[in-house]
Design a protein around this ligand. Structure first.
Ligand code: ADP
Ligand code: MG
Length: 488
């Protein structure tokens, strides 16, 4: 069976799109690939097809499997269900499964079942999983949403930075990394974090353009002008069967606009991180089923939103970076039909994002203080949890997430191990603070990077010329992989 046969047989499609065929050839030949393609362009087939092509060493003692790393637990089930509906042996293992089910899947994987296995990188923390996957020959490692690898990216996941170790454990498998958005320095960082040299991996940059999205920005002053824009865009699409999202940075602002829209009798639902988990799930499900055409949301809404007919994505407050904005508008128009993406810019909103950036970049002093508490006051810290820690740190302001940031970094660098959720803290301290975390120069560069990502968006708003060209330039379209980026 060749790739084209597999495409017909399993997916019922006539031909490959764009560079899919070239990418599949590359990985089947054992070459590594970094794939940048817009959302909805078809990144999944680039690893699903190779997973289905029989390979020589399938006769070897360890049966072959394609391992897919994805940060999105919410999407794994859907993706696997879709594959199974096509008769493909695929499964996932994550924390959403019951213990029994997880154990069952572990033993199935160990016995050689499944051609595709989806897990989060966190799974590699479990010795049982490491043992089980060790019995398989990972013929292809697919790293989906690969921008999460980079600390310089907008959606950094600490566990994604263990990829060198993960690849080593798997015997340096052929690797394909895929994302819709990565700037040139994030691309370079992805390659580095995979433990590869730039000349070992081929970049397939299909661009980031979505021709059916109409991008527009408007400078506005105050709530009234924003409200008029929201009402107008919503009105323009009210005849369509699709839905729309209005993004806000602050829950406070979201609630204010919810009230204003209610007065205007514009039906909508609200989604944000302060809602109960069950309410969030319910609203998300209702949205997916098309029962609520308009949702006011914070960026918490989106992971796992894979609805085809989102007709508009409007930002009522400036998002934190060009990447975050591009990722969020990427949810519009997956069915290929015209969709509106409008960014409302009120200069006053910039302050909020600048503050967010400050909170996500704690200084060395703060690192020391957190470390002292969790290492030397360990008993109280674990007994009383995050809220107590925040009190000790005088870090109780609403958007001050420095504590979470520091814990994440400590874990990433192997200083601590454990979990912290819903105010409880269960960790062990394994080592001293490494110099790298306390490097003022490095922290300063990280801060500047974050500020630049936000300023790029402001520059785009102010840009008189071709905005699409500006965005292409930002995401390095048409450029080769750089061999170095500025890092301390
Ligand atoms: P991405 O991960 O890039 O956002 P997906 O891999 O989820 O996109 O694919 C988006 C949609 O495009 C899917 O419904 C998929 O079946 C479809 N698709 C992908 N490649 C092809 C193709 N060659 N022919 C027809 N449909 C395709
Ligand atoms: Mg995808």
């Amino acid at each position: 069976m060749n790739p084209k046969d597999a495409l017909h047989q399993f997916f019922g499609f006539d031909s490959f799109r764009g560079s899919q065929a070239a990418i599949i050839d590359r990985v089947l030949g054992g070459g590594h690939a970094l794939v940048i393609m817009p959302t909805g362009a078809g990144k999944s087939l680039c690893y699903q097809i190779p997973a289905l092509i029989p390979c020589d060493d399938e006769q070897s003692q360890r049966p072959a499997v394609t391992l897919v790393l994805s940060p999105l637990i919410a999407l794994m089930k859907d993706q696997v269900d879709a594959l199974r509906a096509r008769g493909i042996e695929a499964t996932y293992i994550n924390s959403s499964l019951s213990r029994e089910e997880r154990v069952r899947r572990y033993s199935e994987v160990a016995e050689g079942r499944y051609r595709l296995l989806y897990v989060t990188p966190e799974r590699f923390r479990k010795p049982e999983f490491r043992e089980v996957i060790g019995r398989r020959h990972v013929r292809l490692l697919a790293v989906d949403e690969a921008h999460c690898i980079s600390e310089w990216g907008h959606d950094f996941r600490p566990d994604y930075s263990r990829l060198i170790e993960i690849r080593e454990l798997l015997g340096q498998p052929t690797t394909i990394a895929l994302t819709a958005t990565a700037t040139p320095d994030v691309q370079t960082d992805i390659v580095r974090q995979l433990g590869l040299r730039p000349d070992e991996i081929e970049l397939f940059h299909e661009g980031i353009e979505r021709p059916n999205l109409r991008l527009d920005v408007q400078e506005v002053w105050g709530d009234d002008e924003k409200l008029e824009h929201i009402v107008a865009v919503h009105g323009r699409h009210s005849a369509s069967t699709g839905s729309g999202i209005v993004y806000f940075t602050l829950i406070r602002t979201l609630e204010r606009f919810s009230e204003l829209l209610r007065q205007r009798r514009v039906p909508h639902v609200c989604y944000h991180g302060d809602l109960e988990r069950n309410d969030r799930r319910r609203i998300q499900n209702e949205f997916m089923q098309g029962h609520c055409p308009l949702v006011l949301a914070t960026p918490a809404f989106g992971m796992g939103i894979d609805k085809e007919d989102i007709r508009f994505v409007l930002h009522a407050e400036i998002p934190g970076s060009m990447e975050a904005w591009y990722q969020e508008i990427g949810r519009a128009g997956r069915d290929g039909l015209p969709s509106d993406c409008l960014l409302l810019y009120d200069e006053a909103d910039l302050t909020t994002q600048m503050e967010f950036i400050r909170w996500s970049n704690p200084d060395t002093d703060f690192y020391h203080r957190v470390y002292d508490l969790v290492a030397h006051d360990h008993e109280r810290a674990t007994a009383f949890g995050l809220d107590w820690l925040r009190e000790q740190l005088h870090a109780k302001q609403k958007h001050d997430h420095r504590l979470e940031t520091v814990l994440g970094m400590l874990e990433r660098y192997g200083v601590i191990e454990g979990t912290w959720e819903d105010e409880s803290l269960q960790i062990e301290v394994l080592s001293e603070l490494p110099d790298e975390l306390l490097d003022r120069n490095r922290l300063a560069i990280k801060l500047r990077h974050d500020q630049e990502k936000l300023l790029a968006l402001v520059r785009l708003i102010r840009h008189d010329g071709n905005r699409m060209a500006f965005i292409h330039e930002y995401f390095g379209q048409g450029r080769k992989l750089a061999t170095s980026i500025e890092r301390p």
